[in-house]
Write a protein that binds this ligand. Structure first.
Ligand code: 5RP
Length: 262
């Protein structure tokens, strides 16, 4: 092993490791995007290679598709799958009702379509993502490139009548150029501070011409698996109203864990 994982990476790893327990043979699985979701994809790949798990994965980004194929997961499109048994993804924020802000990694559009087309959405996260009120993390919205500055002005104007603290929208950049999503669109990050009514905001944002989708996931997530750096894992199920606590050991001989360190 070439070094020690940071506590935050250990937290992401144990959340991912626990979440893949929800995946059963024959399932069609939505594969999220981001550093936490990448742990989950690697865990699933290990189960495919070593335990003979048979699944079909629907990735939510080109990045995830590449990783999934690399680790041995059969990748299909959402149109081929039509409907999914479960989607496992990360989040940028979640609140007590398991409403989310997503899109920090720029994949919110495909992530929302895939999660919505799933019997169950499981979010894997570390404790830093839990908030009382959504909105500290800038809310990403995906806008088409045509007339994006007009869409930005319309969004800022619309925000005047919304229950939010801030109204600044910034175009997400990739170096000197606007960030481009897998669908060829741009992202505006909305610096709202605090979102009073996420459901209303989500509906109204999607009415603005040029806005394709927003990063608010309201009533989509069913379970949050919360990992801690010491191996503790908390699984909160909003439908069942249950909280289950486990502890996962970091095993030096765990192939996946050691592979990730190299
Ligand atoms: C990508 C996302 C990610 O799930 C979110 O940004 C969390 O990423 P990470 O696990 O790297 O913190 O929404 O669009």
């Amino acid at each position: 092993m070439s070094g020690e994982l940071s506590p935050i990476d250990k937290a992401k790893y144990v959340a991912a490791k626990r979440a893949v327990d929800f995946v059963e043979d024959g399932m069609r699985v939505g594969l999220g995007t981001g550093s936490t979701a990448a742990w989950m994809v690697r865990c699933l790949g290990e189960m495919v290679r070593e335990d003979g798990l048979r699944i079909k994965g629907v990735p939510t980004s080109t990045r995830t598709a590449e990783l999934a194929r690399d680790v041995g997961i059969e990748v299909i499109s959402l149109d081929e799958a039509k409907w999914l048994d479960v989607t496992i993804d990360g989040a940028d924020e979640f609140d007590g009702d398991l409403n989310l802000i997503k899109g920090g990694g720029g994949a919110l559009l495909q992530e929302k379509i895939v999660a919505t087309a799933s019997d169950q959405m499981i979010v894997i996260t570390d404790a830093s993502k839990e908030v009382e009120h959504l909105g500290s993390f800038p809310l990403p919205i995906e806008v088409i490139p045509f007339g994006w500055q007009t869409s930005k002005s319309l969004v800022e104007e619309m925000l005047i009548s919304m229950d939010v603290l801030g109204r600044d929208a910034t175009l997400r950049m990739n170096g000197d150029h606007p960030y481009v999503t897998d669908e060829g669109n741009h992202i505006l990050d909305l610096h709202l501070g605090r979102i009073g009514n996420a459901r209303q905001l989500s509906l109204v944002l999607n009415q603005v011409p040029g806005v394709v989708e927003n990063g608010l996931f309201v009533d989509i997530c069913d379970v949050v698996v919360l990992g801690y750096g010491d191996g503790r894992v908390e699984t909160r199920d909003i439908n069942e109203g249950t909280v289950q606590e486990d502890r996962l050991d970091f095993v030096e001989s765990d192939n996946l864990f050691t592979d990730m360190m190299d």
